[in-house]
Design a protein around this ligand. Sequence first.
Ligand code: HEC
Length: 233
Amino acid sequence: MKVIKVLLAITFVTIIIVSCLGEKKKNESALANSPQEKLYAVFDDSNNLVRPKDYRSWVFMGTASTPKSQDPNVIFPDFQNVYVDPVSFTYWKIHGEWREGTIIVKELLRQGDTVSSVGHGFFQGAHFEVAASVKDSKRFPTMHNGWNYFGFADFKKLKLNETSIPLGAQCAGCHNNNAIDGDVFYQYYPVMLAAKGYGDGNPENENTRPGLVEDYQHYKAIKEYIKNMKTQK
Ligand code: HEC
């Protein structure tokens, strides 16, 4: 009798756990596929992007910096902090693709201090620019995969504008030629690589995926790996 009671209890608990997991999965995909899913990119009637606000509470993709001390010819010698809207991040985790409406914000910060208590290096300084890229194939049918680009700083007036015209080819050329999918440089964002299912595991979920490469300095290796994944599908 006691054994039956224990078995019943185990079955009951298992059912609850399985149904909770199922519910979580359902919610995630409902969020990513629902036509009412929240869009964070807001446009005015002339296809100008309204300056995104509160992006610092979105998902942080990573930071890049190309200091002039490493290369005097660099065109962006500052820090670039990159954020993606949270619904698009969830979609990315499930599908490994960018959803229509994805908005990515890159904020630029000057190099601040170069000395600290732990040694010499590069530390972030003053904020001075907000740029963004948005995937919207209906709005921008001639752009590669619908991605267009925006910048908000008025460097003469030293302020951020409230809207930006689509900057199109002046930004897109470099992204199209060099970004891993011709749009977003996610080869430099371990957060996004891990969420897509490769990279050296996803610390967010304490996952232990087999390592792709020993380090992320192997751009070509990552490209090759992705190509192989596609042909295996
Ligand atoms: C010469 C190449 C080049 C040009 C031109 C360029 N970008 Fe980028 N962009 C990059 C690289 C490399 C990264 C990734 C690393 C980083 O942040 O520097 C990047 C990252 C970004 C990101 C973050 C998402 C991503 O794709 O990684 C945004 C947003 C962005 N750029 C917007 C712009 C805008 C707006 C312009 C035009 C004003 C522009 N870019 C012009 C090379 C370029």
